[in-house]
Every structure is written in C-alpha cells, then in structure tokens.
Design a protein around this ligand. Structure first.
Ligand code: FAD
Length: 117
C-alpha cells in the first residue's frame, strides 16, 4: 500500500496526545513499580509504534535520551524534550516545555482516580 502522509500525521497527533497525557497523570511520587511500568510502556511503545520508520527513529532517540521516570515532572519534561527532537527532525516548531504543566488534561477529574493510587 502507498504511504499516506495525512493518516500518518493523524496517528502521530493521537499518539502524542496519549503519550503526553499519560505523563501528566503519572504519579508525582511514583513507586518503583510505577516507574518500571512507565519505563516498560515507553520501551514497548517504541517497539510497536505502527509506523516502522518513526519507531526506529524513536528507538534511536531513546538510546540518546533515556526515559526519565523518577517523577511526573521528570517524565513530562523528558517526553516534551523527545517530542521536540522529533519536531526538529521534521522541521516543525518547537514546543516550550515550561508550558507543559496544564496543557495536557485527561478530563477525568479527580487526581486520585489513577489506576493503582
Ligand atoms: P504533532 O507533532 O503531532 O503534535 C501535536 C500537538 O502536540 C501540537 O499541535 C502541539 O500542541 C503539541 N506539541 C508539539 N510539540 C510538543 C512537545 N514537544 N511536547 C508536548 N506537546 C507538543 N512523522 C513522520 O513523518 N516521520 C517520523 O519519523 C515520525 N516519527 C514519529 C515518532 C513518534 C514516536 C510519534 C508519536 C510520531 C511520529 N511522527 C512522525 C508523527 C509526527 O511527530 C507528528 O505527529 C505528525 O507529523 C503531525 O504533526 P503536527 O504538526 O500535527 O503536530
């Protein structure tokens, strides 16, 4: 099948949205198990991301910038940084990571209703 840039971009937007929103809900003080879960998720995301070229570029990025999983701030800042790396490669505008704080809202209300908390 032919490449379709529109569909590929749509998948990218949907994926980044989930990725950043997940970071925004990651515990501020994660347990070791929380941190391991996030690390594993990121690794498998990079392995299974449906656009193969994107995934292999992303795996290179993970080698250069290992996932920061020690806290919500660390994880959100890291995800913003690696997304900016992708933006740079695709010649897109960079996002100001100082503004990541309230940008990703899951709409799910109560902070305490995260699985496992
Ligand atoms: P997107 O980059 O999708 O961003 C969506 C929105 O997120 C933006 O409008 C902005 O509000 C916000 N945002 C932007 N930067 C950041 C940031 N740093 N932190 C937080 N929020 C931000 N496409 C390719 O063509 N080739 C690739 O190799 C490729 N690799 C990818 C790898 C991964 C892991 C993912 C998830 C996607 C990849 N994509 C790739 C898709 C690409 O990154 C974009 O998602 C797609 O091109 C649509 O771009 P967009 O301009 O709509 O904004």
């Amino acid at each position: 099948k032919l490449e379709n840039a529109t569909i590929k971009a749509e998948l990218g937007r949907a994926s980044w949205k989930l990725f950043h929103t997940m970071m925004a809900r990651f515990p501020e003080k994660p347990t070791e198990e929380d941190s391991l879960a996030l690390k594993t998720y990121i690794k498998l995301f990079a392995r299974l991301y449906p656009c193969g070229d994107c995934a292999s570029h992303f795996r290179q990025l993970l080698k250069k910038f290992p996932p920061q999983i020690s806290s919500r701030n660390a994880a959100a800042g890291w995800a913003c940084h690696v997304h900016n790396q992708v933006n740079e490669r695709l010649k897109k505008p960079l996002f100001d990571c100082n503004n990541i704080g309230d940008f990703y809202d899951c709409g799910c209300g109560d902070e305490k209703k995260v699985a496992g908390e």
